[in-house]
Design a protein around this ligand. Structure first.
Ligand code: NI
Length: 226
């Protein structure tokens, strides 16, 4: 399941990121991939430990920590600091799968990558091509979102970025280890939570919504691994 999380960053935060990224030094995107990725990855990215990447990454993680839709969909336990990448002049990232385990840069920690996120920092009108294409259980999904919006998808999905034939596409990408590793269980909890929230909006809190919240938390308690 793919989840569109709108407006993770406000317009002024996007503008701030874009300005900082335009001033930054970019390196070959092959720096952070394994052998298979190196064959198909054609883009540029910020060095992982560069001050700009750290500062903007922190801003994104703070924004995510306040985003209830991201929390409900991802049930995040840990999220690696975002990477920033840029595609132009026909650059692309061919079909690949993200590594299952990732080192957290600058630490001795690892996370299991349950979920991948792409946060768009360019407006769709700024470039041609550059769709994120994800092969999920419902077939091929093509994604190109407004600047500041994010798409979340299971990290075990094959995916690619189509060639950017005009303009420039800038994104932040990152991985999350979820408290609920199983995709089906997490999706069920996400649907359950959305239904409770919708019931609350329609009829306020009731004995039934309190009981349903209890069932939700008992399922989460059963399936969570923290
Ligand atoms: Ni990838």
């Amino acid at each position: 399941m793919m989840v569109h999380v709108p407006k993770v960053l406000a317009a002024e935060q996007v503008a701030y990121c874009r300005h900082a990224l335009d001033e930054a030094e970019w390196i070959d995107g092959k720096a952070t991939v394994g052998e298979q990725g190196a064959l198909v990855k054609r883009n540029r990215q910020l060095p992982e430990l560069s001050p700009v990447a750290k500062q903007l990454g922190e801003m994104i993680l703070v924004a995510l920590s306040k985003n209830s839709l991201f929390f409900s969909a991802a049930l995040p336990l840990r999220t690696v600091p975002p990477l920033f990448n840029r595609y132009e002049g026909g650059e692309r990232y061919g079909t690949h799968i993200d590594g299952a385990v990732r080192a957290v840069p600058g630490t001795s920690f690892f996370i299991r990558t349950d979920l991948s996120s792409t946060l768009f920092l360019s407006e769709p009108s700024e470039y041609e091509g550059g769709e994120l294409v994800v092969f999920d259980t419902y077939g091929k999904q093509e994604v190109k979102l407004a600047a500041g919006d994010l798409v979340l998808y299971p990290a075990g999905s094959l995916h690619r970025v189509n060639p950017v034939t005009q303009g420039q596409r800038t994104c932040a990408i990152f991985w999350t280890q979820s408290m609920v590793p199983d995709n089906q269980q997490r999706e069920l909890l996400f649907g359950f939570d959305a239904t409770i929230q919708s019931l609350r909006r329609k009829q306020g809190e009731s004995d039934e919504t309190v009981a349903l919240a209890g069932h939700y938390h008992n399922l989460l308690r059963l399936w969570t691994q923290v």
